[in-house]
Design a protein around this ligand. Structure first.
Ligand SMILES: Cc1cc2nc3c(=O)[nH]c(=O)nc-3n(C[C@H](O)[C@H](O)[C@H](O)COP(=O)(O)OP(=O)(O)OC[C@H]3O[C@@H](n4cnc5c(N)ncnc54)[C@H](O)[C@@H]3O)c2cc1C
Length: 222
């Protein structure tokens, strides 16, 4: 299903937000916006040893999320051709209520569920590697291309972006009526993750690329 496809209702029963349903977001364009702004995917797989969730970088097209690892990567090996679950989370702020019970966070998160497919077509492999490389900042065009050996040593997995949901929380705390007049502070504070100045390697053979230079001061999740 393409990003532009209409979808404002849940894709399936298992991706229907039940708790905090007013924070649910099923609009594909909104879910893609979160996936583009996110930086790390937490990939959950049922392995022979039990459930395992590991952080990974990712890249997306209108149709798929791509993940990669070494051929020896146990998570992707166990997850191939099985149902997996991938979560992307962005923390936008801390929310202070008048009681611990009502404390919260502002956030954007997407949960994707689907069958992981091992990508074997070389054109799709290269395209996926480029998507992952360029996901946060485009640098593919200022690097050496992967060699055949490097490609052979890498496992790429695609998860269809068909069955997914998002939850978004914004704004201040919601205090209980009995606490409204209480003598406690309540509010929220934004969280940002800003890029600092680039530090060149001792063996850097070129100036800092423009795409990296332009990150300075920007928010990772903007
Ligand atoms: C931000 C981020 C992005 C990453 N991106 C990628 C990526 O795109 N591709 C990739 O292959 N790897 C990535 N990694 C590393 C990844 O999380 C795994 O460590 C790696 O893929 C090895 O997986 P495995 O299943 O072979 O681990 P194994 O070494 O077989 O795992 C065995 C055990 O080691 C522990 N373990 C493994 N990884 C971690 C971890 N990250 N933190 C704490 N304990 C751990 C767990 O207890 C696990 O059960 C990333 C890590 C981070 C933090």
């Amino acid at each position: 299903m393409a990003e532009s496809s209409e979808q404002s209702s849940p894709a399936s029963a298992r991706t229907t937000v039940r708790r905090g349903a007013k924070r649910a977001e099923y609009e594909r364009s909104q879910m893609f916006e979160i996936l583009r702004a996110g930086s790390v995917a937490h990939v959950g797989v049922s392995t022979a040893d039990g459930p395992l969730v590991l952080p990974m970088v990712y890249g997306i097209t209108d149709e798929n999320m791509y993940l990669h690892g070494a051929l020896a990567n146990s998570l992707l090996k166990d997850g191939a051709d099985t149902e997996i679950c991938v979560t992307v989370t962005i923390v936008d702020g801390l929310v202070f209520a008048k009681t611990p019970f009502n404390h919260s966070m502002n956030y954007r998160s997407v949960v994707v569920r689907g069958r992981a497919r091992i990508v074997v077509d070389e054109e799709e492999v290269i395209a996926a590697l480029q998507l992952m490389t360029d996901h946060i900042v485009p640098t593919w065009d200022v690097m050496r291309r992967p060699s055949q050996n490097e490609i052979r040593a890498t496992r790429i997995v695609a998860v269809p972006l068909d069955e997914m949901s998002a939850k978004v929380r914004t704004g201040g705390a919601v205090n209980d009526a009995e606490d409204e007049g209480g003598p406690y502070w309540s509010g929220h504070i934004p969280v940002t993750t800003a890029f600092g100045s680039p530090v060149s390697n001792a063996d850097a053979g070129a100036e800092v690329p423009d795409s990296v230079q332009q990150l300075i001061g920007r928010d990772l999740h903007e």
